[in-house]
Design a binder for this molecule. Sequence first.
Ligand code: AMP
Ligand code: MG
Length: 401
Amino acid sequence: MLSVEEARKRVLEAVGVVEAEETPLIDALGLTLAEDAVARNNIPPFDNSAMDGYAVRSADVSCASRDNPVELEVLGDLAAGYATEVSVGRGQALRIMTGAPMPAGADAVVPVELTRAQGDRVLILDCVSEGTNVRRAGEDVKDGETVLAAGMAIGPAELGMLASLGYAKPRCFRRVRAGIISTGDELVAVDEELAPGKIRDSNSYTLFGMVREAGAEPLRLGVVRDDADLLERTILDNLERVDLFITSGGVSVGDYDMVKDVLGKLGEMNFWKVAMRPGKPQAFGHIGGKPLFGLPGNPVSVMVSFEQFVRPAILRMMGRREIFRPQVTAVLDAPMGRKEGRMEFVRVIVEWRDGRYHARPTGPQGSSILKSMVLGNALAVLPEDVGRLEPGAEVTVQLLR
Ligand code: AMP
Ligand code: MG
């Protein structure tokens, strides 16, 4: 049986990066940058006021105080969005709003709370030193600076930064399309009545969410009965539409290995068993050049396998540099009994307390207990050779949210 690391390595070696394209900024959220984003001007572009107040020459007000105010002549008003030719001379001030460019001559801003207006004059009630309440040109980003690098994920901050830099259509790796297929005679749709022996198809929704959260586009291709011909047809009909397939179910031993058979018949199987719990039987290979992840049927196995293999593969395909979840060390608050031999992914609740991460299992850990994924926010990763763990032991956890 393959180890999780070996299986992950094989998956990542077997997937390719998709093309990049110019993408309207608004559509770039969740995508990966395919070019470095370089500043073509300073941000901010000019020295400007950080406060509403009065632009002054700091030397004029160096001895100002409430008991000993300094009186200045007010030259006018300057709002954000406007520039002025006015220059502030000795004994003068300009009323200025946050974000307005600093006028020539002035080198500091006295906040309005520290002033008293008197007609066309103002009393300054406190001293300021040079540069106080002035935002310098380029203090955020310097002209020519590489601010974002190819391979970075575009989140809200990156979206804003790209806008600041003037990138209306950054080059991004395109969104990959993942075709999602549920298999099983026992499955009914979410809005159907439960007949005896039937359960609702939840996996296609879980996978929809996980694919979307990874920044890719999920395509739910429906429920396929336990019939290899039907599965074959569904895959072939959608081969041109998708970049990868994700199936659930039909890979366990009792299930006459439908997915494995179809993969072997239409394409190449890479592996079909991984030394992990949950999720031992699962298939990975290619059909018509498209990766196919044959995940197990049990809802938790689906999610754990997706996390270990599919998510990193999707991120790699979409050009992402960082493809793994953050991992931290946590101290166990409750024991964990387990059988050795396979890497185990225990659903845990991780909390930051007393200066470190603590983890405790969510409760029953069966691979069909989907509630464990609802309650948990992390997976504790127990290596093959680790047996029972006592409270106080340290474990590695993958943070999921
Ligand atoms: P299988 O690997 O096909 O034997 O599936 C294992 C178990 O996973 C089945 O007995 C079902 O209880 C469950 N299962 C399979 N597919 C789904 C699905 N789409 N949604 C929810 N549960 C499923
Ligand atoms: Mg099945």
